[in-house]
Design a protein. Structure first.
Length: 286
């Protein structure tokens, strides 16, 4: 067999082996790496390259080494899942860098982080002053997480006492001008519904770069032509307005009638509708 063909086949075999091992080890191998995962990644990559280029007869031993490294890494990950002590020993623990707005210089030296690097990392968490940071910790992965002081935390509806409706994962139903049937079926819709919604806003599916449906079955589209403005969905606003109109009509009927029994009935209906409106307002208001 010619050398170029043999190297080609070995390289393809190494790629397949490397892919299978990485697939077995899971997504942690391609995310933030621990000490051991860092060593494993470098070694497995080097072994794969060596196996594809080694011209000796026993090149297949490189695949054996790949398998051993993969098995050891898998065993280490399994041990980390089962044992807190093993996680602390292999990955080490998080290191506190800032506490109550004060930088812990000894911990910075321990992790070999300069002041500039610390400031860069907290700026990445939208903290531009050390005094605004209540707590900052360096995780075993090397990432720095920051807890801002209470007065610097962003406001949320909960802080303001506002109740909001639940939000579920939006489904992408159009991508690159093509309808995605599986996401549509996931939310109990079909192509007929989607085509009707597209007709309402006056666009065709071929002109849609991306289309998503939220948990309230409202369609949001992004067109290839960014100059075309698409009206925002108004399903929730329209429904809320219709309920408010019903409330006003019932109040009007109650004022217009001379029948005391009918008046009481309308007043009771208004109270029940107001209770319903109070419940659905968080769901129908953005």
């Amino acid at each position: 067999m010619p050398d170029w063909l043999e190297i080609t086949l070995r390289t393809l075999l190494s790629v397949v082996a490397l892919f299978l091992i990485t697939k077995l080890l899971g997504k942690r191998q391609i995310s933030q790496l621990s000490f051991f995962e860092y060593i494993t990644g470098i070694t497995i990559g080097s072994l794969a390259a060596y196996t594809s280029l080694d011209m000796e007869d026993k090149w297949y031993l490189g695949l054996v080494a790949l398998g051993v490294w993969g098995a050891v890494s898998f065993g280490i990950e399994f041990l980390q899942i089962k044992s807190k002590k093993a996680r602390n020993f292999i990955d080490s623990r998080g290191t506190v860098l800032i506490k109550e707005g004060k930088v812990l210089e000894d911990n910075l030296k321990k992790e070999r982080i300069s002041t500039d690097e610390l400031l860069e990392k907290i700026r990445g968490k939208n903290a531009f002053k050390v005094a605004d940071v209540e707590f900052a910790v360096m995780e075993p992965s090397g990432d720095v997480n920051v807890l801002l002081t209470r007065e610097n935390l962003p406001l949320t509806p909960k802080h303001l006492g506002i109740k909001v409706g639940p939000e579920q994962e939006p489904q992408t139903v159009i991508m690159d001008g093509k309808i995605m049937d599986e996401p549509l079926a996931t939310i109990g819709l079909n192509r007929n519904w989607l085509n009707c919604e597209l007709d309402k806003i006056g666009v065709t599916v071929e002109n849609v770069f991306l289309g998503q449906v939220d948990s309230y079955q409202q369609l949001y589209v992004d067109l290839y032509d960014d100059q075309i403005k698409v009206p925002a969905p108004k399903v929730k606003a329209t429904l809320y307005a219709s309920l408010k109109k019903c409330e006003a009509d019932l109040e009007l009927f109650g004022l217009a009638t001379q029948d005391e029994e009918a008046k009481k009935m309308y007043e009771q209906c208004v109270k029940e509708l107001q209770s319903i409106l109070a419940d659905v307002k968080p769901l129908l208001h953005h």
